[in-house]
Design a protein around this ligand. Structure first.
Ligand code: SF4
Length: 535
């Protein structure tokens, strides 16, 4: 048998073309045993590299991601919507690069993949050292704690450190301890689709049909433009999904196109077809256009003869990845872009003049003002908004189910689906972008019947229930620009106060005062929905 098959299917950590910088020369020393040079890596080295990496990736991007966003602005075929969103996302990156407002309010699940060279020695719990670094960063910086610890099958509490992290450590060869650090948000993780297929899908027609259906299902709730990943095959479902995550992070970009000698490869021909398809569907970078995706990777793996696993997933705008390593020379991290402003050209784009909506008036009057507008009209909201997401909605439903009333705050104000990052010192708000609205779809009909949630603000497309409820109950859904949490937190939100369920932390009910908060009219009171033509 070819030696090749004794090796791993692909290299998880490939450092080709990555530029690193030394962040510390401490915590490593040289040792010798059996005439071999060994590198002793102290607990503090692992602690330090993860602390620094999670600080970096929450505020700075890899250059390649910013370059791709900026190409939208130079593309004559990009729509004005594509360009408008790309500009906002680059402006968001500029605000985040001051290290105060994180790129996104969802500062993600912390994920580390490590490969320990066989010359590296340690004598402690490495995952603990790495986890401690994560907790130090999340508790010190204005990040968000998103991890819920179950206390029973149904009850949960927030861990308040963003731990546990997902850490996978592998053994390798050489004198480096290599890492890939990532922070992936819930919105993009939720857009992972997995299919257990069979041999009948392994032809151009059937596979393409399956992928088209899956890609449409992604919708815009995970803040496009996306890095799309598709994996076909895999020795197990877990292998397939692990590969998907690496594909969307760009870690497998070194894989070659099919040439007969690889057991894991990219298929450039299908990538071109998917690329044309993502342009044609017209959803674009959130509000119509060609930039639904910045790129896509299709990876083919080996498989068991009885299974063909196919998965589709995305990396969102908050593409937070950083490589690093520890060697005898110290701790090194990938150089992220500290000056994102260079990717944003000076000239602005012509965009439809937004309509200002005064929220400091009775709900019927706000609804009357929205009722005059066409779908997709840009608006600037001014006044008070209630903020509530998953747990607050469940609690309010429970109150109503038990014979209680819809709270007045839900009747008198629009509701913004969001869960903020911590407030940095000296500012009224932290990063505060929208969360995926579709998770609240099942509450809309019941709440609107009771005059709650009459105007909803969030991100992404929604189900027919919402369109029908808005038509029946004369409600509206407005889409904010997903991924612009730093802009919203720094520029649009003037005041944040907790009004209910304080114990829920970022899932509490807040009242915010906004100035020129930008959004688009997506669903109106007449049965129109902007996304109808795409999905
Ligand atoms: S950019 Fe959007 S999908 Fe990505 S982490 Fe932020 S809110 Fe979630």
């Amino acid at each position: 048998m070819d030696n090749f098959f004794y090796k791993d299917i692909y290299k998880v950590l490939n450092f080709n073309g990555i530029e690193f910088e030394n962040v510390s020369e401490n915590f490593v020393s040289i040792d010798k045993a059996f005439g071999k040079k060994l590198i002793k890596v102290e607990y503090n080295a692992l602690n330090e590299i993860s602390k620094k990496a999670f600080e970096d990736i929450n505020f700075f991007f890899q250059k390649s991601h910013l370059k791709k966003l900026s190409t939208i602005l130079k593309d004559d075929k990009a729509s004005q919507n594509d360009k408008f969103v790309a500009r906002k996302l680059l402006q968001n990156a500029i605000i985040a690069s001051s290290s105060v407002f994180p790129i996104c309010q969802d500062t993600g699940t912390s994920t580390i993949i490590g490969e320990k060279g066989n010359s590296i020695i340690t004598d402690y719990d490495e995952k603990e050292a790495l986890s401690r670094g994560i907790a130090q960063t999340y508790t010190k910086k204005s990040l968000r704690y998103s991890q819920l610890i179950p206390s029973s099958l149904y009850d949960e509490t927030n861990s308040k450190t963003n731990l546990p992290a997902q850490i996978d450590l592998y053994s390798g060869k050489g004198d480096k301890y290599k890492f890939l650090f990532s922070a992936k948000g819930g919105g993009s993780s939720n857009k992972t689709f997995f299919f257990t297929e069979n041999k009948s899908v392994l032809n151009d027609k059937n596979l393409f049909e399956l992928l088209k259906t899956g890609i449409r299902k992604i919708g815009t709730a995970a803040c496009p433009p996306y890095h799309v990943g598709i994996v076909v095959g895999g020795t197990s479902p877990e292998m397939n999904l692990k590969t998907l995550k690496l594909a969307t992070s760009g870690a497998l970009d070194y894989l070659k196109n099919q040439d007969g000698s690889f057991i894991a490869f990219r298929d450039k021909e299908m990538e071109d077809k998917i690329s044309s398809f993502t342009e044609e569907i017209g959803m674009g970078a959130q509000y119509g256009g060609k930039y639904f995706a910045l790129d896509n990777r299709i990876i083919r793996l080996t498989r068991h003869g009885a299974s063909v696993f196919v998965s589709i997933g995305v990396g969102c705008y908050a593409h937070r990845n950083q490589y690093g390593y520890i060697s005898e020379n110290g701790i090194f991290l990938e150089k992220l872009e500290k000056n994102p402003a260079q990717y944003l050209p000076d000239e602005d784009i012509n965009f439809e003049e937004p309509v200002k909506i005064d929220l400091n008036q009775p709900m019927e009057k706000i609804c009357a003002a929205l009722s005059k507008l066409k779908i997709k009209t840009p608006v600037l909201l001014n006044g008070e908004i209630i903020v509530a997401r998953d747990i607050a909605h469940a609690k309010i439903k429970k109150i109503i189910d038990n014979g209680g009333n819809m709270p007045d705050y839900f009747k008198n104000h629009p509701v913004y689906y969001a869960g903020p990052a911590k407030i940095p010192e000296g500012f009224p708000s932290g990063s505060f972008g929208p969360t995926t609205s579709a998770r609240m779809d099942s509450y809309v009909l019941e709440f609107q019947k009771l005059m709650g949630s009459m105007i909803m603000i969030g991100k992404g497309n929604r189900s027919d229930i919402v369109r029908e409820s808005c038509m029946k109950n004369k409600g509206f859904y407005l889409g904010a620009i997903g991924g612009t949490a730093a802009i919203v937190g720094k520029e649009s939100i003037k005041k944040v106060e907790v009004v209910d369920f304080e114990e829920l932390g970022m899932e509490a009910v807040f009242k915010i005062t906004v100035h020129n908060f930008p959004a688009f009219l997506i669903t109106d009171d007449k049965g129109n929905d902007f996304f109808d033509s795409f999905l």
